[in-house]
Design a protein around this ligand. Structure first.
Ligand code: FAD
Length: 394
């Protein structure tokens, strides 16, 4: 880490706003990246200043005040997961090629992990990558791939050695989503919009230079990505009383039937939302001192619960109105169009279960906490030395 002071950062942000205040969004973000103000702890020349992550607050505060702060959700997989993974495990060439357009959201990314037979047990995946000289040939199917329909690049986890134990025969790659061997088929969710997809690989080609980490090191790469994913999901520290709980209070204010039972429900949820906010602040402070740990799982659990319970209660408080839903878009949503996609209460209600599944289900988060935080024994029946090819699969 280099020694960068608060005053250094203030000076750099002031210069950014002075020189680029009138630029359009991608140009401004490009200038922010070039000034090292994209993410303080990233290396110099790759969007950061190799400095204390806590200094980012100075940047964010100043950009917020100037109306030029753009959230990570405009390229959620890229900024939240794939970018940090490239910084941690990628080559210098990969950092130079991919980090800037990830930050400016000129190139959206997707995360190609889950498969029809491997979601929670992602290490059991079957998509194969076979080496052919200085490239790899990929065949298989992924599912639930958010934003694959818009993504320029994908972070792919594939099996490169079926005879190795399941966690050891995996390798991570950056795959060009626009090549002929990649077919993306949208999935319609019950909330209407097609945010995720099936992705089919048929002799898709990945140059070896697009491998992330060593051959067989894919599980370690994937873990870095998944921990960043959980942290990203639980990291938005909304101001007190905002977010899903604000919708509850709005519905409570106009509710005709304010029973003691409902008042109790509102109060409990307010407390949970406040716990989530304070827990996120605490995790943020801890993260500033090191890499994300299993506490991301606590926040992910709590944020899924708050989101789902709040949208449940809103629909309940709305009474008969809670059954009415406007015509909703079935088309794919582009995260760059808006930082916060406007949500009708009924759409929030039908979308909310997704938060308890995406990024690892609630059950899996509890397993992680049991094993890594409480030190409980692993699930029975797991043999880390059985070759993947000999594990029965449906
Ligand atoms: C909105 C959304 C977006 C997504 N985006 C992406 C994406 O961009 N990229 C990607 O790769 N994936 C994505 N996913 C997939 C997601 O990661 C998986 O759905 C998730 O990991 C669960 O896997 P599964 O659906 O195969 O369920 P399964 O693993 O089949 O689980 C079924 C049920 O069994 C339970 N279960 C399974 N194993 C255990 C266990 N060991 N102990 C206790 N209970 C268990 C689960 O909790 C669940 O209730 C997304 C999912 C959603 C909902």
């Amino acid at each position: 880490m280099t020694t960068v002071t608060d005053a250094d950062v203030e000076r750099l942000v002031a210069a950014l706003l002075e020189d680029h205040g009138d630029d359009d969004e991608p140009a401004f973000l490009g200038a922010q990246f070039d000034a090292g103000l994209a993410r303080m702890d990233y290396p110099v020349g790759h969007g950061g200043l190799d400095a204390e992550p806590s200094l980012q607050e100075i940047v964010d505060g100043a950009l917020d005040a100037a109306g030029r702060r753009y959230g990570w959700t405009r390229n959620p997989m890229g900024i939240g997961m794939c970018g940090p993974t490239i910084v941690a495990r990628g080559t210098e060439e990969q950092k130079a090629r991919f980090l800037r357009p990830i930050f400016t959201a000129e190139e959206l990314w997707c995360q190609l992990f889950s498969e029809p037979g491997a979601g929670s047990d992602v290490a059991g995946l079957a998509t194969r990558a076979v080496r052919d000289g200085d490239q790899w040939v990929v065949n298989g199917q992924k599912i639930w791939t958010s934003l694959a329909h818009l993504a320029r690049w994908g972070l792919l986890l594939a099996r490169t050695d079926p005879e190795a134990p399941k966690h050891k025969g995996l390798t991570a790659f950056i795959v060009d989503m626009h090549q002929p061997g990649v077919e993306v088929r949208p999935i319609r969710s019950m909330a209407g919009a097609s945010g995720f997809n099936e992705v089919y690989f048929t002799d898709a080609v990945v140059p070896d230079a697009m491998r992330v980490g060593d051959v067989g090191d894919g599980w370690r790469v994937a873990n870095a990505t998944l921990m960043n994913e959980r942290v990203s999901i639980g990291s938005e520290v909304a101001p007190r009383g905002s977010g899903p709980i604000a919708h509850v209070l709005e519905a409570w204010a106009s509710c005709g039937e304010r029973t003691p039972d409902r008042r109790d429900q509102v109060t409990r949820l307010w407390i949970d939302a406040e716990l989530l906010r304070l827990g996120s602040l605490r995790a943020q402070a801890k993260r500033e001192k090191g890499v994300p740990g299993p506490e991301g799982s606590v926040l992910k659990l709590l944020s899924g619960h708050v989101q789902q319970s709040c949208s449940d209660l809103v629909v309940d408080l709305l009474g008969a109105d809670g059954m009415l839903c406007p015509p909703y878009t079935a088309g794919p949503v582009d995260p760059r169009a808006s930082d916060e996609i406007p949500r009708h209460p009924v759409l929030a209600f039908v979308s909310s279960p997704a938060g308890t599944i995406a990024g690892g289900t609630n059950d899996i988060q509890r397993n992680i906490l049991g094993e890594r935080v409480l030190g409980l024994p692993r699930e029975p029946g797991f043999d880390p030395s059985t070759p993947w090819s000999r594990i029965p699969r449906s």
